[in-house]
Design a protein around this ligand. Structure first.
Ligand code: C2E
Ligand code: CA
Ligand code: CA
Length: 341
C-alpha cells in the first residue's frame, strides 16, 4: 500500500509535453501472494478487482483486494468481459420505440434502444450494462454499432416508402462518445453508408454532457454544433434531471427537449411534477423547441400531456420498444396510435 501511494504521488506530478501541462491519473489495485492467490493469474485478476474498486471509490486511490470486493465487483468485471465478447459476436440488437405527434396521432419518429441478449445471462437491461460500457470505453464500439444499424434501418424504411416526411430516428449518444473528435466522422460515415439524409437522424444527449464546464464538454459542444449545421437533429434527453436550466441551452443548437419520465409519471396527479412539466414545455416553446414527453404509460398521463401542450410523446401507452419488423407493421398500417386532437 505504501508503494502504491508513492507511485500515485509520482504519477500526479504534472508533466510538460510540447508546451502543455499534462497530469496523469491512476488507480491502483493490490493483491498479495500467498494470501490472495497462489498463481500469477489469480493474483493479477484479484489486483484487477481491487483496481476496479479503487476506480469506483473515486479514482486516484490504492485498494487492496478483499473478498467482499470480489462479490461486489466480480459481477461488473464479468459483465465487462462478456460485453467485450458480445460486441465481437454481434449479440447486440437495436429495438425501436415510436414517437407520436399529439396533434395528428401519427408516428413521426422512433428512438433506437440497444438490446443485449447474453448467451449466459439472457436479456440484460441497458441500465445494467450501459454504465459499464461507458466506464470501460466499450460504449465506443457499441455506440457505433447502434448508430450504423439505426441509419441502415431508417434508410431501408425510407426506400420502401414507409416513412412520412420529417420522420426522425433518434439515437442515444453518451458523453464519452462526444469526448473525442471521432463523432462527426462516424456520423458522416454512417449516413453515407446508409444513404440517409442528415435530417432523418437525431442524436439524444443528456444535459450534463453539454452544459458542463471543461475541455471535454467544450469539445462535445463543438462536435454537436458541426453535426447540427449539417442538418442532424439534436435532443436534450432526460431534461430536468441534471439541474441545468433552459437558459444554459439558449446558445446551443438543440431542436428537441425530452421531458424525463420522472416528471411525466406524476403529471396530472402530483402538483409539483405537473408544474415542472408545464414549465419545461412552455419554456421549450418559448425557445422555439419541440417538447417530447417520455414514458407515458396511461391514458390519463396522455390526456394531461395534451392539456399541457406537449408536442410529441413516447411510451408504453402507444408501443413498447420492439424489433424493426414490428415497428414496420405499425408504419405500414399507417393508422394513428392515438386519436387526433
Ligand atoms: P432513455 O434514453 O431515457 O430511454 C428511454 C427508456 O424508457 C428506455 O429504457 C425505454 O424502454 C423506456 N420506456 C419507454 N416508454 C416507457 C414507458 O412507458 N414506461 C417505462 N417505465 N419505461 C419506458 P431502456 O431501453 O431500458 O434504456 C434505458 C437507458 O439506457 C436509456 O434511457 C438510455 O439512457 C440508455 N440507452 C439505451 N440504448 C442506448 C444506446 O444505444 N446508447 C446509449 N448511449 N445509451 C442507451
Ligand atoms: Ca433517450
Ligand atoms: Ca430519456
Amino acid at each position: 500500500m505504501a508503494i502504491g501511494s508513492r507511485l500515485l504521488e509520482q504519477l500526479s506530478e504534472p508533466l510538460e509535453v510540447a508546451g502543455h501541462q499534462l497530469s496523469l491519473g491512476a488507480s491502483i489495485g493490490v493483491a498479495v501472494h500467498p494470501r490472495d492467490g497462489d498463481h500469477a493469474d489469480d493474483l493479477v485478476r484479484r489486483a484487477d478487482v481491487a483496481m476496479y474498486a479503487a476506480k469506483e471509490a473515486g479514482r486516484g486511490r490504492v485498494e487492496a483486494f478483499r473478498h467482499e470486493l470480489a462479490r461486489d465487483l466480480g459481477e461488473s468485471v464479468g459483465i465487462e468481459h462478456e460485453l467485450r465478447l458480445g460486441i465481437q459476436r454481434g449479440e447486440f440488437d437495436v429495438h425501436y420505440q415510436p414517437e407520436v405527434d399529439l396533434k395528428s396521432g401519427e408516428i413521426v419518429g422512433v428512438e433506437a434502444l440497444v438490446r443485449w441478449t447474453s448467451p449466459s445471462r439472457g436479456p440484460v437491461p441497458p441500465s445494467r450494462f450501459i454504465p459499464i460500457a461507458e466506464a470501460t470505453g466499450l460504449i465506443l464500439p457499441l455506440g457505433e454499432h447502434v448508430l450504423r444499424a439505426a441509419c441502415r434501418q431508417t434508410a431501408d424504411w425510407r426506400r420502401r416508402g414507409l416513412l412520412p416526411p420529417g420522420f426522425v430516428t433518434w439515437v442515444n449518444v453518451s458523453a464519452r462518445q462526444l469526448a473525442g473528435t471521432g463523432m462527426t466522422a462516424l456520423v458522416d460515415a454512417a449516413l453515407e453508408e446508409a444513404g440517409l439524409a442528415p435530417g432523418q437522424l437525431g442524436l439524444e444527449v443528456t444535459e450534463t454532457a453539454i452544459v458542463a464546464k471543461g475541455a471535454a464538454s467544450e469539445q462535445a459542444r463543438a462536435e454537436l454544433q458541426r453535426l447540427h449545421e449539417w442538418g442532424v437533429r439534436l435532443a436534450v434527453d432526460d431534461f430536468g434531471t441534471g439541474f441545468s436550466s433552459l437558459g444554459q441551452l439558449r446558445h446551443f443548437p438543440v431542436d428537441v427537449i425530452k421531458v424525463d419520465r420522472m416528471f411525466v409519471q406524476g403529471v396530472g396527479t402530483d402538483a409539483k411534477d405537473t408544474a415542472i412539466t408545464a414549465n419545461v414545455i412552455s419554456l421549450a416553446h418559448a425557445l422555439g423547441l419541440i417538447a417530447i414527453a417520455e414514458g407515458i404509460e396511461s391514458e390519463e398521463q396522455l390526456a394531461s400531456m395534451r392539456r399541457l401542450g406537449c408536442d410529441q410523446a413516447q411510451g408504453y401507452v402507444f408501443a413498447r420498444p420492439a424489433p424493426a419488423a414490428e415497428i414496420e407493421a405499425l408504419l405500414a398500417g399507417g393508422q394513428p396510435l392515438t386519436e387526433a386532437a
